[in-house]
Design a binder for this molecule. Structure first.
Ligand code: GTP
Ligand code: MG
Length: 333
Protein backbone atom coordinates (compact mmCIF):
# COMPACT_ATOMS: atom_id res chain seq x y z
CA UNK A 1 0.00 0.00 0.00
CA UNK A 2 1.19 3.51 -0.77
CA UNK A 3 2.39 5.98 1.80
CA UNK A 4 -0.02 8.52 3.18
CA UNK A 5 0.43 11.85 1.40
CA UNK A 6 0.79 14.88 3.63
CA UNK A 7 -0.05 18.45 2.72
CA UNK A 8 2.86 19.89 0.79
CA UNK A 9 3.84 16.63 -0.84
CA UNK A 10 1.61 17.60 -3.74
CA UNK A 11 3.22 20.88 -4.71
CA UNK A 12 0.89 23.79 -5.22
CA UNK A 13 -2.04 22.11 -3.48
CA UNK A 14 -3.42 23.95 -0.47
CA UNK A 15 -3.55 22.18 2.86
CA UNK A 16 -7.32 22.72 3.02
CA UNK A 17 -7.62 20.75 -0.22
CA UNK A 18 -5.42 18.00 1.18
CA UNK A 19 -7.68 17.88 4.24
CA UNK A 20 -10.73 17.43 2.03
CA UNK A 21 -9.01 14.54 0.24
CA UNK A 22 -8.06 12.90 3.52
CA UNK A 23 -11.58 13.27 4.86
CA UNK A 24 -12.91 11.49 1.78
CA UNK A 25 -10.49 8.64 2.43
CA UNK A 26 -8.16 9.60 -0.41
CA UNK A 27 -5.01 9.54 1.65
CA UNK A 28 -2.45 8.00 -0.69
CA UNK A 29 -1.13 9.14 -4.05
CA UNK A 30 -2.33 5.88 -5.59
CA UNK A 31 -5.92 6.32 -4.49
CA UNK A 32 -6.00 9.93 -5.71
CA UNK A 33 -4.42 8.93 -9.02
CA UNK A 34 -6.90 6.18 -9.80
CA UNK A 35 -10.01 8.12 -8.79
CA UNK A 36 -11.44 10.01 -11.77
CA UNK A 37 -11.60 13.81 -11.16
CA UNK A 38 -15.39 13.77 -11.44
CA UNK A 39 -15.53 11.39 -8.50
CA UNK A 40 -13.03 13.43 -6.52
CA UNK A 41 -15.48 16.33 -6.90
CA UNK A 42 -18.37 14.16 -5.71
CA UNK A 43 -16.43 12.77 -2.77
CA UNK A 44 -14.84 15.97 -1.51
CA UNK A 45 -17.01 18.82 -2.76
CA UNK A 46 -13.95 20.62 -4.15
CA UNK A 47 -14.16 22.49 -7.46
CA UNK A 48 -13.68 20.64 -10.74
CA UNK A 49 -10.51 22.60 -11.61
CA UNK A 50 -8.87 21.76 -8.31
CA UNK A 51 -9.84 18.11 -8.68
CA UNK A 52 -8.29 17.98 -12.15
CA UNK A 53 -5.09 19.55 -10.86
CA UNK A 54 -4.86 17.22 -7.86
CA UNK A 55 -5.55 14.20 -10.06
CA UNK A 56 -2.95 15.19 -12.65
CA UNK A 57 -0.26 15.81 -10.01
CA UNK A 58 -0.96 12.52 -8.25
CA UNK A 59 -0.88 10.62 -11.52
CA UNK A 60 2.40 12.21 -12.48
CA UNK A 61 3.95 11.13 -9.20
CA UNK A 62 2.58 7.59 -9.36
CA UNK A 63 3.14 7.05 -13.06
CA UNK A 64 5.68 9.24 -14.82
CA UNK A 65 4.61 7.92 -18.21
CA UNK A 66 7.48 6.32 -20.10
CA UNK A 67 9.92 4.37 -17.96
CA UNK A 68 13.09 2.58 -18.93
CA UNK A 69 12.94 -1.16 -19.33
CA UNK A 70 15.27 -1.38 -16.33
CA UNK A 71 12.73 0.46 -14.21
CA UNK A 72 9.99 -1.72 -15.63
CA UNK A 73 11.90 -4.80 -14.54
CA UNK A 74 12.31 -3.27 -11.09
CA UNK A 75 8.58 -2.59 -10.92
CA UNK A 76 7.79 -6.13 -11.98
CA UNK A 77 10.01 -7.44 -9.21
CA UNK A 78 7.28 -6.28 -6.80
CA UNK A 79 4.85 -8.56 -8.58
CA UNK A 80 3.56 -11.36 -6.37
CA UNK A 81 1.81 -14.60 -7.14
CA UNK A 82 -0.98 -16.24 -5.21
CA UNK A 83 -1.22 -19.99 -5.18
CA UNK A 84 -4.50 -21.49 -6.28
CA UNK A 85 -4.66 -24.69 -4.23
CA UNK A 86 -3.53 -26.82 -7.16
CA UNK A 87 0.19 -27.10 -7.90
CA UNK A 88 -0.65 -28.00 -11.47
CA UNK A 89 -2.75 -24.89 -11.91
CA UNK A 90 -0.03 -22.77 -10.29
CA UNK A 91 2.45 -24.26 -12.72
CA UNK A 92 0.54 -23.31 -15.86
CA UNK A 93 -0.03 -19.84 -14.39
CA UNK A 94 3.73 -19.44 -14.03
CA UNK A 95 3.56 -19.82 -10.24
CA UNK A 96 0.08 -18.60 -9.33
CA UNK A 97 -2.28 -15.71 -9.91
CA UNK A 98 -0.27 -12.54 -10.66
CA UNK A 99 -0.69 -9.16 -9.01
CA UNK A 100 -0.86 -6.02 -11.15
CA UNK A 101 -2.95 -7.64 -13.89
CA UNK A 102 -6.38 -9.18 -14.48
CA UNK A 103 -6.79 -12.95 -14.62
CA UNK A 104 -9.99 -14.22 -16.19
CA UNK A 105 -11.67 -17.57 -15.48
CA UNK A 106 -13.84 -18.67 -18.37
CA UNK A 107 -16.17 -21.63 -18.49
CA UNK A 108 -19.74 -22.86 -18.65
CA UNK A 109 -21.89 -23.38 -15.56
CA UNK A 110 -20.42 -25.83 -13.09
CA UNK A 111 -16.95 -25.63 -14.62
CA UNK A 112 -15.45 -24.52 -11.30
CA UNK A 113 -14.99 -20.76 -11.71
CA UNK A 114 -16.60 -19.88 -8.40
CA UNK A 115 -14.81 -22.75 -6.67
CA UNK A 116 -11.45 -21.31 -7.76
CA UNK A 117 -12.57 -17.90 -6.44
CA UNK A 118 -13.45 -19.43 -3.06
CA UNK A 119 -10.11 -21.15 -2.79
CA UNK A 120 -8.20 -18.02 -3.78
CA UNK A 121 -10.11 -15.98 -1.17
CA UNK A 122 -8.75 -18.28 1.50
CA UNK A 123 -5.22 -18.62 0.17
CA UNK A 124 -4.62 -14.98 -0.83
CA UNK A 125 -4.82 -13.80 2.75
CA UNK A 126 -2.00 -16.10 3.85
CA UNK A 127 1.47 -14.58 4.24
CA UNK A 128 3.64 -14.12 1.15
CA UNK A 129 6.09 -16.75 2.49
CA UNK A 130 3.24 -19.28 2.38
CA UNK A 131 2.30 -18.45 -1.19
CA UNK A 132 -0.40 -15.94 -0.33
CA UNK A 133 -0.56 -12.20 -0.92
CA UNK A 134 -0.70 -11.25 2.75
CA UNK A 135 -3.76 -9.02 2.51
CA UNK A 136 -7.51 -8.97 2.56
CA UNK A 137 -9.87 -10.10 -0.18
CA UNK A 138 -12.72 -8.14 -1.73
CA UNK A 139 -15.44 -10.02 -3.61
CA UNK A 140 -18.05 -8.45 -5.88
CA UNK A 141 -20.69 -11.14 -6.19
CA UNK A 142 -23.20 -10.58 -8.98
CA UNK A 143 -24.94 -13.94 -8.81
CA UNK A 144 -25.42 -14.31 -5.06
CA UNK A 145 -23.53 -17.58 -5.18
CA UNK A 146 -20.68 -16.66 -2.86
CA UNK A 147 -21.52 -18.37 0.43
CA UNK A 148 -19.52 -18.02 3.66
CA UNK A 149 -20.25 -21.65 4.56
CA UNK A 150 -18.07 -22.85 1.70
CA UNK A 151 -15.26 -20.54 2.86
CA UNK A 152 -15.49 -22.11 6.32
CA UNK A 153 -15.33 -25.60 4.81
CA UNK A 154 -12.29 -24.81 2.67
CA UNK A 155 -10.48 -23.01 5.49
CA UNK A 156 -11.07 -25.84 7.94
CA UNK A 157 -10.11 -28.56 5.49
CA UNK A 158 -6.81 -26.73 5.11
CA UNK A 159 -6.33 -26.34 8.84
CA UNK A 160 -6.92 -22.58 9.09
CA UNK A 161 -8.93 -20.68 11.67
CA UNK A 162 -12.15 -20.18 9.72
CA UNK A 163 -13.32 -17.21 11.79
CA UNK A 164 -10.18 -15.31 11.02
CA UNK A 165 -10.33 -16.28 7.35
CA UNK A 166 -13.95 -15.08 7.09
CA UNK A 167 -13.13 -11.77 8.75
CA UNK A 168 -10.59 -10.99 6.02
CA UNK A 169 -13.06 -11.37 3.15
CA UNK A 170 -15.28 -8.41 2.22
CA UNK A 171 -18.28 -9.34 0.09
CA UNK A 172 -20.56 -6.98 -1.82
CA UNK A 173 -23.58 -8.15 -3.78
CA UNK A 174 -24.05 -6.26 -7.04
CA UNK A 175 -27.73 -6.11 -7.93
CA UNK A 176 -27.37 -4.89 -11.50
CA UNK A 177 -24.67 -3.67 -13.87
CA UNK A 178 -24.90 -0.03 -12.69
CA UNK A 179 -24.47 -1.16 -9.10
CA UNK A 180 -21.54 -3.33 -10.15
CA UNK A 181 -19.95 -0.32 -11.87
CA UNK A 182 -20.33 1.78 -8.70
CA UNK A 183 -18.81 -0.94 -6.54
CA UNK A 184 -15.85 -1.15 -8.91
CA UNK A 185 -15.44 2.64 -8.85
CA UNK A 186 -15.30 2.55 -5.06
CA UNK A 187 -12.55 -0.05 -5.03
CA UNK A 188 -9.62 2.39 -4.64
CA UNK A 189 -10.96 3.53 -1.30
CA UNK A 190 -11.91 0.05 -0.14
CA UNK A 191 -8.57 -1.44 -1.17
CA UNK A 192 -6.69 1.26 0.61
CA UNK A 193 -8.70 1.20 3.81
CA UNK A 194 -8.68 -2.58 4.15
CA UNK A 195 -5.32 -3.48 2.65
CA UNK A 196 -6.92 -5.60 -0.05
CA UNK A 197 -4.59 -7.80 -2.12
CA UNK A 198 -7.13 -9.75 -4.16
CA UNK A 199 -10.25 -8.42 -5.89
CA UNK A 200 -12.73 -10.92 -7.32
CA UNK A 201 -15.67 -10.11 -9.61
CA UNK A 202 -17.89 -13.18 -10.05
CA UNK A 203 -19.28 -12.78 -12.67
CA UNK A 204 -17.94 -9.76 -14.53
CA UNK A 205 -20.30 -10.16 -17.45
CA UNK A 206 -23.53 -11.70 -16.12
CA UNK A 207 -25.52 -8.50 -15.48
CA UNK A 208 -24.26 -6.88 -18.67
CA UNK A 209 -25.38 -9.81 -20.77
CA UNK A 210 -28.73 -9.95 -19.06
CA UNK A 211 -29.48 -6.25 -19.31
CA UNK A 212 -28.19 -5.22 -22.72
CA UNK A 213 -30.06 -7.38 -25.15
CA UNK A 214 -30.14 -6.84 -28.89
CA UNK A 215 -27.72 -5.42 -31.43
CA UNK A 216 -28.63 -1.78 -30.78
CA UNK A 217 -27.40 -1.81 -27.20
CA UNK A 218 -24.24 -3.82 -27.77
CA UNK A 219 -21.99 -0.79 -28.33
CA UNK A 220 -23.20 0.84 -25.14
CA UNK A 221 -22.74 -2.37 -23.21
CA UNK A 222 -19.21 -2.83 -24.47
CA UNK A 223 -18.33 0.76 -23.62
CA UNK A 224 -19.54 0.41 -20.03
CA UNK A 225 -17.88 -2.95 -19.67
CA UNK A 226 -14.64 -1.49 -21.04
CA UNK A 227 -14.71 1.41 -18.59
CA UNK A 228 -15.28 -0.92 -15.65
CA UNK A 229 -12.44 -3.17 -16.79
CA UNK A 230 -10.21 -0.10 -17.14
CA UNK A 231 -10.97 0.84 -13.54
CA UNK A 232 -10.15 -2.67 -12.39
CA UNK A 233 -6.85 -2.68 -14.25
CA UNK A 234 -5.85 0.65 -12.72
CA UNK A 235 -6.61 -0.68 -9.24
CA UNK A 236 -4.56 -3.81 -9.96
CA UNK A 237 -1.60 -1.69 -11.02
CA UNK A 238 -1.83 1.07 -8.44
CA UNK A 239 -2.22 -1.23 -5.44
CA UNK A 240 -0.18 -4.12 -6.85
CA UNK A 241 -3.06 -6.48 -6.17
CA UNK A 242 -4.50 -9.42 -8.10
CA UNK A 243 -7.82 -9.08 -9.92
CA UNK A 244 -9.69 -12.27 -10.80
CA UNK A 245 -12.83 -12.14 -12.95
CA UNK A 246 -15.16 -14.86 -14.08
CA UNK A 247 -16.71 -14.96 -17.51
CA UNK A 248 -19.20 -17.20 -19.20
CA UNK A 249 -19.02 -18.81 -22.60
CA UNK A 250 -21.42 -18.28 -25.44
CA UNK A 251 -22.15 -20.57 -28.33
CA UNK A 252 -20.37 -19.82 -31.59
CA UNK A 253 -23.13 -20.13 -34.18
CA UNK A 254 -21.09 -21.65 -37.02
CA UNK A 255 -18.85 -24.24 -35.42
CA UNK A 256 -18.48 -27.38 -37.49
CA UNK A 257 -15.88 -29.05 -35.28
CA UNK A 258 -13.88 -28.28 -32.14
CA UNK A 259 -15.19 -26.41 -29.12
CA UNK A 260 -18.50 -24.70 -29.95
CA UNK A 261 -18.02 -22.14 -27.15
CA UNK A 262 -16.21 -18.83 -26.96
CA UNK A 263 -15.73 -16.39 -24.07
CA UNK A 264 -18.41 -13.70 -23.72
CA UNK A 265 -17.54 -10.01 -23.74
CA UNK A 266 -15.75 -9.89 -27.08
CA UNK A 267 -12.56 -7.94 -27.70
CA UNK A 268 -13.14 -5.59 -24.78
CA UNK A 269 -12.87 -8.48 -22.35
CA UNK A 270 -10.06 -10.19 -24.25
CA UNK A 271 -7.88 -7.07 -24.23
CA UNK A 272 -8.38 -6.14 -20.59
CA UNK A 273 -7.50 -9.58 -19.24
CA UNK A 274 -3.81 -10.48 -19.31
CA UNK A 275 -4.30 -14.14 -18.45
CA UNK A 276 -7.32 -16.09 -19.57
CA UNK A 277 -8.03 -19.54 -18.22
CA UNK A 278 -10.54 -21.81 -19.87
CA UNK A 279 -12.23 -24.40 -17.66
CA UNK A 280 -14.13 -27.48 -18.73
CA UNK A 281 -15.81 -30.33 -16.89
CA UNK A 282 -13.77 -33.49 -16.58
CA UNK A 283 -14.62 -36.88 -15.21
CA UNK A 284 -16.03 -37.10 -11.66
CA UNK A 285 -15.00 -34.10 -9.59
CA UNK A 286 -12.20 -33.06 -11.94
CA UNK A 287 -12.00 -30.08 -14.25
CA UNK A 288 -9.67 -29.34 -17.15
CA UNK A 289 -7.92 -25.99 -17.08
CA UNK A 290 -6.07 -24.40 -19.97
CA UNK A 291 -4.50 -20.98 -20.45
CA UNK A 292 -5.66 -19.30 -23.65
CA UNK A 293 -4.43 -16.17 -25.48
CA UNK A 294 -1.56 -15.56 -23.03
CA UNK A 295 1.35 -13.29 -23.95
CA UNK A 296 3.86 -15.72 -22.43
CA UNK A 297 2.24 -18.66 -20.64
CA UNK A 298 2.13 -21.98 -22.49
CA UNK A 299 -1.32 -23.21 -23.50
CA UNK A 300 -1.06 -26.56 -21.76
CA UNK A 301 -4.02 -28.35 -20.25
CA UNK A 302 -4.03 -29.67 -16.69
CA UNK A 303 -6.53 -31.56 -14.59
CA UNK A 304 -7.60 -30.16 -11.24
CA UNK A 305 -10.15 -31.35 -8.70
CA UNK A 306 -12.96 -29.74 -6.71
CA UNK A 307 -12.80 -31.11 -3.18
CA UNK A 308 -13.92 -30.08 0.31
CA UNK A 309 -10.63 -28.14 0.48
CA UNK A 310 -11.61 -26.21 -2.64
CA UNK A 311 -9.36 -26.57 -5.64
CA UNK A 312 -6.58 -29.17 -5.43
CA UNK A 313 -4.53 -31.30 -7.78
CA UNK A 314 -6.33 -34.33 -9.09
CA UNK A 315 -4.49 -36.50 -6.59
CA UNK A 316 -4.65 -33.78 -3.97
CA UNK A 317 -4.95 -36.39 -1.29
CA UNK A 318 -8.36 -35.15 -0.24
CA UNK A 319 -11.54 -37.18 -0.70
CA UNK A 320 -14.09 -36.05 -3.25
CA UNK A 321 -17.59 -34.88 -2.38
CA UNK A 322 -19.51 -37.66 -0.68
CA UNK A 323 -16.58 -38.70 1.49
CA UNK A 324 -16.58 -35.36 3.17
CA UNK A 325 -17.01 -36.75 6.65
CA UNK A 326 -13.54 -38.21 6.47
CA UNK A 327 -11.83 -34.92 5.70
CA UNK A 328 -8.57 -34.38 7.46
CA UNK A 329 -6.64 -31.15 7.33
CA UNK A 330 -3.95 -31.42 4.75
CA UNK A 331 -0.37 -30.57 5.63
CA UNK A 332 0.60 -27.49 3.75
CA UNK A 333 3.53 -27.84 1.44
P1 GTP B 1 -21.60 -20.84 -12.93
O1 GTP B 1 -21.39 -19.81 -11.87
O2 GTP B 1 -22.95 -21.46 -12.87
O3 GTP B 1 -21.30 -20.33 -14.31
O4 GTP B 1 -20.59 -22.05 -12.66
P2 GTP B 1 -19.14 -22.09 -11.99
O5 GTP B 1 -18.14 -22.30 -13.03
O6 GTP B 1 -18.96 -20.95 -11.06
O7 GTP B 1 -19.25 -23.43 -11.16
P3 GTP B 1 -18.82 -23.65 -9.66
O8 GTP B 1 -17.46 -23.16 -9.41
O9 GTP B 1 -19.90 -23.18 -8.77
O10 GTP B 1 -18.73 -25.23 -9.63
C1 GTP B 1 -19.81 -26.00 -9.27
C2 GTP B 1 -19.33 -27.41 -9.19
O11 GTP B 1 -18.51 -27.55 -8.03
C3 GTP B 1 -20.47 -28.37 -9.05
O12 GTP B 1 -20.31 -29.34 -10.08
C4 GTP B 1 -20.30 -29.01 -7.71
O13 GTP B 1 -20.42 -30.38 -7.84
C5 GTP B 1 -18.89 -28.69 -7.32
N1 GTP B 1 -18.86 -28.37 -5.89
C6 GTP B 1 -19.45 -27.31 -5.31
N2 GTP B 1 -19.25 -27.32 -3.98
C7 GTP B 1 -18.52 -28.42 -3.73
C8 GTP B 1 -17.98 -28.98 -2.53
O14 GTP B 1 -18.19 -28.47 -1.44
N3 GTP B 1 -17.24 -30.09 -2.66
C9 GTP B 1 -17.01 -30.66 -3.87
N4 GTP B 1 -16.27 -31.74 -3.92
N5 GTP B 1 -17.52 -30.17 -5.01
C10 GTP B 1 -18.25 -29.07 -4.94
MG1 MG C 1 -20.15 -19.41 -10.42
Amino acid sequence: MGEVVEAGSLEGIASTTMKKLHKAGLVTLESIAVTPPREIVELTGMGADTAMKVSALARLKVDPGFVSATEMLEMRSHMRRCRTGSNELDRILGGGVETGVITELIGEFGSGKTQICYTLSVLAQMPVEEGGLGGRVCVIDTESTFLPERIVQIAEARGYDSREVLSNILIARAYNSEHQIILIKNLPQVCQEHDVKLVIVDSMIGHFRGEYIGRGTLAERQQKLGNALGNLLRVAEAFNLAVVLTNQVQAKPDTAYGDPNKPAGGHVMAHACTHRMYLRRGRANTRLAQIIDSPYLPEVKVRIAITPAGITDEDGGLPAMGDEDEVKPRDEE
